[in-house]
Design a protein around this ligand. Structure first.
Ligand SMILES: Cc1cc2nc3c(=O)[nH]c(=O)nc-3n(C[C@H](O)[C@H](O)[C@H](O)COP(=O)(O)OP(=O)(O)OC[C@H]3O[C@@H](n4cnc5c(N)ncnc54)[C@H](O)[C@@H]3O)c2cc1C
Length: 333
């Protein structure tokens, strides 16, 4: 089908973009990669009066390292209404609104500081989709099976929203409000995503099951582990595709974190620190957390996720170079 008649706006600056969004509000849609918006408009499953094409915004395609102190969001002349964000000794990786999925695959800063994002992008669609689709567009689209919403939640990323009235920043786990639904207001656009810089000994894992390699996931899991000296490692686990939005599994993360601390402490000969890698306890916690989240009446989703997590824990164990004498986590299903 052909598109319905649409008013097309091509802002040349962020000020023009914000003016257009303030003026047209819910009648307008931001066009970035167009990989989801254009089929929707062509099939007329979505109707908008105005398309605001941001592809000609200057300096919008960059990936850069920034410390919290030099974050442009914090120093913007617009009013800042950001939630308090924890200081990051390692800083943040800023991903601009025109960074494409494919940029994540090969960019040296992503490979070094946010390897989970490169791993997630590798699962997206085909080369054409990865060349056009944008990171921010994928977050705005909020497909429950989307890989980038998943890794955004697992990595503790923050979404920066700008409107002519001000700027705000939302943690990824609070940004997604349902299937294809976010807390973004119609007069806001996603100006960037900020990803916490991963530590040198961090571990990242993304896996999924999909109908086709080019389709969003039916069920997916992302695991992000950041060792913290003298403390139990930070373990964030997110699942996608099983619910209306990507979900964190904090209790399972906590359980694995304590187990890892116990394993590494025992290797150093310390006694009484942490707990053993109790596979039964991890499995029970995982099932208890997944059960209320899984919306489809299909136990295969739970089983797949549990099996995938088993592989993730085994890889994690190998990456930490734990003693082969340590008990293997074994199947979790
Ligand atoms: C064949 C095919 C296979 C695909 N496979 C996958 C897959 O495996 N995994 C996956 O996750 N996705 C997949 N996709 C979707 C693809 O990743 C899209 O690119 C992505 O979902 C949307 O990004 P986009 O830049 O194309 O956004 P667009 O299509 O331009 O926009 C999508 C929505 O987001 C809004 N929007 C876009 N950018 C912004 C912004 N900066 N601020 C505010 N709102 C914005 C738009 O108004 C629109 O509502 C596939 C698409 C196709 C066509």
């Amino acid at each position: 089908m052909k598109l319905a008649p649409i008013h097309y706006v091509r802002p040349r600056s962020e000020a023009e973009l914000l003016d257009a969004l303030a003026r047209y509000g819910a009648d307008a849609a931001v066009l970035s990669g167009g990989q989801s918006l254009m089929p929707e408009l062509a099939l007329r499953t979505r109707a908008v009066k105005v398309v605001v094409d941001i592809n000609h915004l200057p300096d919008a395609g960059g990936i850069a390292l920034g410390l919290a102190a030099d974050d442009p969001l914090q120093t913007a002349s617009l009013g800042v209404h950001a939630e308090a964000s924890a200081p990051r000794p390692g800083g943040w990786l800023h991903i601009g609104p025109l960074v494409r999925h494919g940029d994540l695959l090969n960019h040296h800063l992503v490979q070094r500081h946010a390897p989970g994002w490169a791993a997630a992008a590798a699962h997206i669609g085909n080369v054409a989709v990865r060349n056009r689709g944008t990171v921010c567009g994928s977050l705005a689209y909020a497909d429950p099976g989307g890989e980038l919403p998943l890794i955004a939640v697992a990595s503790g990323a923050r979404v920066c929203l700008r409107a002519s009235s001000g700027v705000r920043e939302v943690a990824a786990e609070s940004f997604f409000a349902g299937a294809f639904c976010t807390v973004r207001r119609p007069d806001e656009y996603i100006a960037c995503v900020r990803v916490p810089v991963a530590g040198p000994d961090s571990f990242h894992f993304v896996d999924e099951i999909a109908r086709r390699p080019t389709a969003p996931a039916l069920a997916s899991i992302a695991l992000s582990v950041d060792p913290i000296i003298g403390q139990a490692p930070s373990v964030r686990i997110a699942v996608g595709g099983v619910s209306d939005r990507p979900r964190l599994l904090p209790a399972t993360g906590e359980r694995i974190s304590h187990a890892l601390r116990g394993m590494t402490a025992r290797q150093r000969g310390e006694e009484g620190v942490g707990v053993a890698l109790d596979v039964d306890a991890i499995r029970a916690t995982l099932r208890a957390e997944l059960t209320p989240l899984v919306e489809r009446d299909d136990a295969a989703y739970r089983l797949h996720l549990a099996a995938t997590l088993t592989r993730a824990v085994a890889k994690l164990r190998a990456s930490l170079d734990l003693s082969p004498a340590m008990p293997h986590p074994g199947p979790l299903t």
